[in-house]
Design a protein around this ligand. Structure first.
Ligand code: SAH
Length: 340
């Protein structure tokens, strides 16, 4: 398989170019064109025909196609359906806030984590995305909206830590000063709780935001809705988060999808407060979003407020996630592989 030109760092590209017997500065020219939205090697300007042929012989060039684009009439949120080279499709979402443009990216085609309330895993995992395919979601969205993307959330389809190497490569690419230069502090990685990989990630010491999909504070209950809980206990997960905070000095976010009669009573809130006591953390409550294939329901407004108040009264920092793109099925857990 050919190496993907778009997935190379500037330094790696320099190495290849020098090996071709070319001057090093050619690599910078090529690299710049990637970020000026070149669609193919042929669209890289200012290089000789000869070098283009060499590049084409040795490299592939990821170029996602926008297959469908839905724009919310409520808040302008955009959902993109991208077609990959092998004709698989993935979804990404663009949200515009006062403070900038945020994009929610997919890291895999499908997902094998099998969380019961989530649409992304309904068809299982098809394959991992390459770093270049994660990056190209940002490039294509930025080109489409004509504005700079300022925040990245890895909360689309897939489990980022189940595709560790390519996700890490992507993080380094997107942060590169010569590329899109998006600061690590503007990037959030969300995981359902792969403890082993959280420990490895902590030692990379990247100042990104880590978000944990917790959704229940009781092992037995969590196992019912999230199969990963059969592999790691809540205690192991929280201990890994505590280590993460110690090593990185970064606050960890806990996502908690509120599901009626599953995890939304007073005891659940108190248990969550005691679990996170004195931890550098933040809770993000997500009233569960509708997915046709299951019948989980969100609690009513009053119950959601009560849950939040219990946390607040116990000195836990908490927010309720703002819903974006409601009319285009753009919310958490609604992204999927099949084009329906
Ligand atoms: N695999 C990663 C990232 C993708 S999901 C993870 O599990 O964190 C992004 C967030 O949406 C997670 O917190 C996930 O649990 C949540 N989510 C999934 N389905 C949802 C639904 N139907 N309603 C609300 N949140 C949901």
């Amino acid at each position: 398989m050919k190496i993907d030109l778009k997935g190379l760092s500037k330094e790696e590209l320099e190495e290849h170019i020098v090996n071709f017997g070319e001057k090093k500065f050619r690599a910078k020219q090529i690299y710049d064109w990637i970020y000026k939205y070149a669609k193919s090697i042929d669209e890289i300007k200012n290089i000789s025909k000869d070098l283009k042929i060499k590049l084409e012989e040795n490299f592939s060039f990821t170029n996602l196609k926008i297959k469908k684009k839905l724009i919310s009439k409520i808040d302008g949120t955009r959902k993109y359906l991208f077609e990959l080279e092998d004709l698989n499709v993935i979804e990404s979402v663009m949200m515009e806030y006062k403070h900038g443009v945020s994009v929610c990216l997919s890291t895999q085609v499908g997902c094998r984590m099998g969380c019961k309330f989530c649409a992304s895993g309904l068809d299982g995992l098809k394959r991992n995305l390459k770093a270049s395919e994660i990056l190209d979601q940002v490039l294509k969205i930025q080109e489409d909206i004509g504005k700079r993307v300022s925040n990245i959330v890895l909360m689309g389809t897939g489990e980022p830590l189940d595709n560790y190497d390519e996700v890490l490569k992507f993080l380094k690419l997107i942060n590169d000063k010569n590329g899109l230069n998006i600061g690590y502090r503007h990037i959030t990685l969300s995981t359902c709780g792969l403890v082993k990989e959280i420990k490895i990630l902590a030692n990379e010491k990247l100042p990104i935001n880590l978000a944990i999909s917790l959704h229940s504070c009781y092992d037995e209950n969590r196992k019912e809705i999230m199969p990963i809980a059969r592999k790691y206990s809540i205690k192991e997960l929280i201990d890994a988060c505590k280590d993460y905070i110690k090593i990185t000095n970064r606050r960890v976010t806990f996502e908690y999808a509120l599901i009626e009669n599953i995890n939304d009573n007073k005891e659940d809130a108190l248990k969550l407060a005691s679990l996170l006591k004195n931890m550098l953390s933040h809770v993000n409550l997500i009233p569960v979003n509708n997915v046709d294939e299951n019948d989980y329901k969100r609690p009513n407004k009053k119950r959601i407020e009560e849950f939040k108040n219990i946390l607040m009264n116990n000195n836990i920092e908490v927010t309720i996630r703002r819903e974006m793109g409601k009319d285009i099925n753009g919310a958490c857990g609604q992204l999927r592989r099949s084009n329906s």
